[in-house]
Design a protein around this ligand. Structure first.
Ligand code: AMP
Ligand code: MG
Length: 432
């Protein structure tokens, strides 16, 4: 692995960046290195389409049929021949031959001066080419109707194949299946589809101070929350999960956990122990058991991050602070996992909005502050800060619905200025 510290870092003017550490790596360079190592897992399986939800398609899906299969009515009304409309200002009168129901088409053709009562979704009878909606028609004498409008060919008609023509690629390989995709597969009559095998992720927390839920909490100890945020984000992405619990800050135990994880998983995620304190064994264990890219990244929160490989497994040593875990997972682990799963990793959606809070920041690192996007009193979208931005304040992630992304050189933001926001999509928000 190339030495990340040797990477050229081009920043506007390091001398005015009091939070800049020249040995740190830019976020985009870190992402490039991660992408270079994150290649899709091989192995696919055919599963019933219900089981494709949250999985990634291994092959493109071609439509075996036209969707819809027939020309059909988009409205309740009368299937008519557009040429029959009088067009001289007088109402048109047509004879009603019968009814075309959804699922029970009218059998015969429609000739001059004739029409068919038709329901939404019912097949257009042959000869008819437009639908006059029932609100615009009135009953005439006997089995006739009258209307004033001049329908044009195709009015209120859904054409066969207008949604999906037969043979078209409907979903590409690499497509994650969500509710809409599952519906599309069903609309084609697809019974099974080929998906990539699930990515296996092993994770554990490190720290002598950590207690698992249900254990008493002696002085100086804290409950292990990182395993829960990690579990939740991994579930939202749809990986297989191997929870290896809490590992004490003991060199041999950390190493044992590394080996166990590497033997079982495609990806290893740890939290804590990645700085340079006396009890921080993650970096040296990665050096001993695998290949290291130990990074300080020019970002906040989440400056220290260990990345590399242990055997065949990708390794992410996330910082210990709970917000840092979520931010680094979101920005680095998530795109890597998506690539391993076979998805193309799209660039995050970011846009600029007015910020109503004052944001404090020192230049030198990109900051991912937590924000709340909402409509202001004039109906325009604006963002405000969740308040305290300490990397231990996990409630800031709970209150937020977006990151406010402040660039390296930013020295803070005055209320009313515009900022870049990245709405939580998928793994961080409660709606995941
Ligand atoms: P470390 O990187 O191990 O020095 O941890 C940094 C901070 O994060 C310390 O305050 C730890 O107590 C805290 N921390 C580490 N791991 C966890 C965890 N699993 N859950 C909650 N807090 C943690
Ligand atoms: Mg620790």
């Amino acid at each position: 692995m190339p030495n990340p510290a040797a990477a050229p870092i081009s920043i506007p003017d390091p001398s005015c960046m009091d939070d800049f550490d020249p040995s740190s790596l830019l976020v985009e360079h870190a992402l490039e290195r991660i992408h270079a190592l994150a290649v899709p897992v091989s192995g696919t399986e055919r599963v019933a389409i219900r089981e494709t939800l949250g999985r990634v398609l291994a092959e493109p899906i071609h439509s075996p049929i036209d969707v819809p299969a027939h020309d059909n009515s988009a409205m309740d009304g009368y299937a008519v021949r557009a040429v029959d409309a009088a067009g001289d200002g007088r109402p048109t009168a047509l004879r009603v031959l019968g009814t075309s129901w959804a699922g029970r088409p009218f059998p015969g053709p429609v000739g001059p001066g004739e029409c068919v009562r038709i329901m939404t979704g019912a097949v257009m009878p042959s000869g008819a080419d437009a639908v006059v909606i029932q609100e615009n028609a009135e009953a005439g004498p006997g089995d006739t109707i009258r209307f004033d409008e001049r329908p044009r060919t195709g009015d209120n008609v859904r054409e066969a194949g207008e949604d999906i023509p037969q043979g078209a690629v409907v979903l590409d390989a690499g497509q994650r299946v969500g509710p809409a995709e599952l519906g599309v597969l069903a609309s084609l009559g697809t019974v099974e589809a080929s998906v990539r095998r699930r990515v296996r992720v092993a994770f554990f927390s490190t720290g002598d101070e950590l207690r698992s839920l249900g254990e008493p909490l002696p002085e100086g100890c804290i409950y292990d929350s990182n395993r829960y945020t990690l579990l939740a984000m991994l579930r939202a992405i749809g990986t297989e999960i191997l929870d290896l619990g809490v590992v004490r800050d003991v060199r041999e135990e950390v190493e044992r956990a590394f080996r166990e994880a590497a033997a079982a998983a495609d990806v290893i995620i740890t939290s804590g122990g990645v700085s340079v304190g006396e009890a921080d064994f993650v970096k040296e264990t990665l050096e001993r058991t695998g290949e290291v890219g130990f990074w300080k990244i020019a970002m906040k929160p989440g400056r220290p991050l260990a990345f590399g490989k242990v055997g065949g497994a990708l390794f992410f040593g996330l910082p210990g602070n709970p917000v840092s875990v979520m931010v680094t997972f979101y920005q680095f682990v998530q795109p890597a996992l998506r690539r391993l799963m076979g998805e193309p990793a799209p660039a995050p959606v970011r846009f600029r909005v007015r910020c109503t809070s004052r944001l404090r920041k020192r230049p030198g690192r990109v900051e991912f502050q937590r924000g709340v996007l909402a409509h202001d009193e004039t109906g325009r979208l604006a963002v405000r800060s969740t308040g305290g931005q300490g990397s231990g304040i996990l409630s800031s992630m709970h209150e937020a619905n977006c990151f406010i992304v402040l660039p390296l050189e930013s020295e803070g933001v005055d209320p009313g200025s515009e900022v870049d926001v990245e709405p939580f999509a998928g793994v961080a928000g409660a709606g995941a």
